[in-house]
Ligand binder design. Structure first.
Ligand SMILES: *[C@@H]1O[C@H](CO)[C@@H](O)[C@H](O)[C@H]1NC(C)=O
Length: 271
């Protein structure tokens, strides 16, 4: 009897803290830097970040999340975007922070963007995988998602999984599961490294550079108490096939197979 009422209470409590919301940029985000370069319009349905020679810009979510699926549609800087980086990521705070990253590295007109991904656990990253995309990400909006629970982190593009970072705690690899994270995004200049080690410089005559955001959506939990409450669906056979298709045809860098960098053998989570 007591157990039963405890369960009922727990379920009620967690259903309060589970959020499923179609976002409004005014309600859900704070513009964090870049002054007028970050803008929200259409009644909160559209956001833009821009970059000029003086500064980039950025925003972050008001809420913190601990597990969930976060979708955002982005339309990236068009034309000659070489040297620009649009970062879209989840991150907690502090020196042992966790972080799940999408970074879009611009390129010269007609050359493909690089989608750079990384996972930091307890302050340690070095887990890069990079991709080209199977479409031009500057022509239309596309959906970039992170699905994160206690078992795995899945990066998705238009609902196609491109990368899975599984929980490898049993091999001694920390997994992000205790620190709530905020959603962050920024547009900045990195022509010192993002363009083949700084070979190509940003063409400032094309500034300002602008990226657009819309249709933010989140399902998940915002509190530690609901830790186990949100779980993603396991990838089905179709999704696993799509993942292999992307990894085979569009992956351009994988830290797991970089023997020069890890002469002692691939990191434990890769094995
Ligand atoms: C730019 O395009 C070139 C040519 O396809 C490619 O090798 C390079 O990786 C791209 N650079 C970035 C930063 O995406």
């Amino acid at each position: 009897m007591r157990m039963k009422s405890f369960i009922v209470l727990a379920v009620t409590l967690s259903s309060f803290l589970i959020v499923a919301s179609a976002g409004n940029f005014f309600q859900d985000f704070d513009l964090t830097w870049g002054d007028h370069r970050a803008k929200i319009f259409n009644g909160g349905q559209l956001l833009s970040l821009s970059l000029d020679k003086v500064s980039g810009s950025g925003f972050k979510s008001k809420k913190e999340y601990l597990f969930g699926r976060i979708d955002m549609q982005l339309k990236l800087v068009a034309g000659n975007s070489a040297g620009t980086v649009t970062a879209y990521y989840l991150s907690s705070e502090g020196p042992t922070h966790d972080e799940i990253d999408f970074e879009f590295l611009g390129n010269m007109t007609g050359d493909p963007y690089t989608l750079h991904t990384n996972v930091f656990t307890q302050g340690k990253g070095n887990r890069e995988q990079q991709f080209h995309l199977w479409f031009d990400p500057t022509k239309n909006f596309h959906t970039y998602s992170i699905s994160w629970d206690s078992r795995q982190i899945v990066f998705l593009v238009d609902n196609t999984p491109i990368r899975v970072f599984g929980n490898a705690e049993r091999k001694g690899v920390p997994f992000p599961k205790n620190q709530p994270m905020r959603i962050h995004s920024s547009l900045w200049n990195a022509d010192d490294w993002a363009t083949r080690g700084g070979l190509v410089k940003t063409d400032w005559s094309k500034a300002p550079f602008t990226a657009y955001y819309r249709n933010f959506n989140v399902q998940g939990s915002t509190s530690k108490f609901t830790n186990a409450a949100w779980q993603s669906q396991q990838l089905d056979a179709y999704s696993r096939r799509r993942l292999r298709w992307v990894q085979k045809n569009f992956m351009i860098y994988n830290y797991c197979t970089d023997a020069k960098r890890f002469p002692q053998g691939a990191p434990a989570e890769c094995r």
